[in-house]
Design a protein around this ligand. Sequence first.
Ligand SMILES: Cc1cc2nc3c(=O)[nH]c(=O)nc-3n(C[C@H](O)[C@H](O)[C@H](O)COP(=O)(O)OP(=O)(O)OC[C@H]3O[C@@H](n4cnc5c(N)ncnc54)[C@H](O)[C@@H]3O)c2cc1C
Length: 332
Amino acid sequence: MLVEGNYRGVLVFAEQHEGEIHPVTFELLGKGREIADRLKTELSSVLLGHNVEEKARELIYYGADRVYLYDHPSLKHFDVVLYKQNIVNLVKEEKPEIILIGATPIGRSLAPRIAAALNTGLTADCIDLQVDENGDLIQIRPAFTGNIIAHIKTKTRPVMTTVRYKVMKMGVRDERRKGKIIKKKVEVIDNTGIKILRKEKRKEVNIADADVIVACGRGLKKPEDISMIEELAKLLGGVVGASRPLVDEGWISKDHQIGFSGNTVKPKLYIACGISGSPQHLAGMRDSNIIVAINIDPTAPIFRHADYGIVGDLYEVVPKLIKELKKRGVRT
Ligand SMILES: Cc1cc2nc3c(=O)[nH]c(=O)nc-3n(C[C@H](O)[C@H](O)[C@H](O)COP(=O)(O)OP(=O)(O)OC[C@H]3O[C@@H](n4cnc5c(N)ncnc54)[C@H](O)[C@@H]3O)c2cc1C
């Protein structure tokens, strides 16, 4: 087990897809910068891929003091075994005290493998990170299906954390920032046992990045009625979200699910139609800028979190909103 010793600095895993850095990386760099400054230490980032050197500079603009670059054709596509092995090599050499990884599908598959190889702890799905008076990282995440917020301190080093996308502010981009790009030798493993058979088509909807979400819950009577929610969402330039029961029923795909076991969202406008406001649903949308709730029950918990509440039947309210928007010349 790795115990406290010469571990220093914060390391952020820079996730990239086909050469594009995933925005969660910039959020982690923002938080990582804050932690590194507080601990008076350095912020580094590790980037793996092929022909991605250009992107390493972006990581410096967003706050990294140094970027460890692993650039090789074998790293073009994400292979969890290769990525893990090279990051483990780096951690053994550089001994960062804290490692931050996005809680994306890639991060969720990579982080536990790195932690297991290093025999260290991992706190998954954090929603905030703080540094206490002793300089220890406090990892904050929902527990017991979102009913309590746990504050977790890890004894082993490095401290490894995955952080949800969209829960932290992005770092500030500054092209004047200076930093070092350190090219690392890539360990190539000929056969990792993983073969890409085909690429699945992109997600139906990128709900995490939407500015407007019109979400529906069990207040809907049948799956066909989602088209009404979709019409309102389109008129507002947004996308459809859903509570988990609708996903469990197979009415809509999991990409649309919002909440504890779905997506975390932070749109400018969130309209909840026929959603009660369970803690598990709120966990995924309570940080939305403006929340509008439409619910037939005036005591529904969602109203306690809404900026605007409409007590009424969504089958009357939603068509009225659609009609009003159309009257004002808004078109889908
Ligand atoms: C481990 C775990 C993880 C979970 N993860 C998630 C998650 O990620 N996301 C999630 O959403 N849930 C999640 N849940 C489920 C969660 O506990 C709730 O069951 C769920 O959020 C309820 O969905 P709902 O609000 O659509 O349904 P309900 O709670 O049944 O609420 C329906 C609402 O519709 C209103 N209504 C009914 N008819 C109308 C009408 N005609 N017009 C207007 N309003 C109407 C009712 O008044 C009611 O408030 C999870 C649960 C567990 C145990």
